[in-house]
Design a protein around this ligand. Structure first.
Ligand code: SF4
Ligand code: SF4
Length: 105
């Protein structure tokens, strides 16, 4: 089990309020607004924390680089993936990469 899986497991016991507070804490650290891929639309819609919440809802259509690898939230959670605003959150990308990497015999 890697760091991301351990962190997700440790969150299972959290109340909705604790989860909301945790998301708020990490949203404050999110470096997306400084990223070339981030747009004014995403800013107006207050979209952040794509790594946990999932893709942008219609605001981001082009990939122009990604600051996720240097974001403190990546270090905290141990993400393997990037470009979450376009490709889905860490959980989704792990699932998709897992399926595509699976050999059906
Ligand atoms: S890892 Fe990326 S999406 Fe997640 S908080 Fe950091 S910059 Fe935002
Ligand atoms: S998820 Fe990555 S690519 Fe998308 S806006 Fe945030 S830092 Fe940029």
């Amino acid at each position: 089990m890697d760091k991301f899986e351990e962190t997700i497991l440790s969150m299972w016991g959290m109340t909705p309020k604790d989860r909301e507070e945790s998301d708020g804490k990490f949203a404050a650290l999110c470096t997306c607004p400084s990223c070339p891929t981030y747009t004014a639309c995403a800013q107006d819609a207050r979209e952040l924390l794509f790594c946990l919440k999932g893709k942008s809802f219609l605001c981001i259509s082009e990939e122009k680089g990604c600051l996720c690898p240097s974001c403190p939230v990546t270090a905290e959670y141990g993400f393997r993936h990037t470009l979450f605003c376009r490709r889905g959150n860490e959980k989704t990308q792990r699932y998709e990469h897992g399926l595509w990497g699976t050999k059906m015999i």
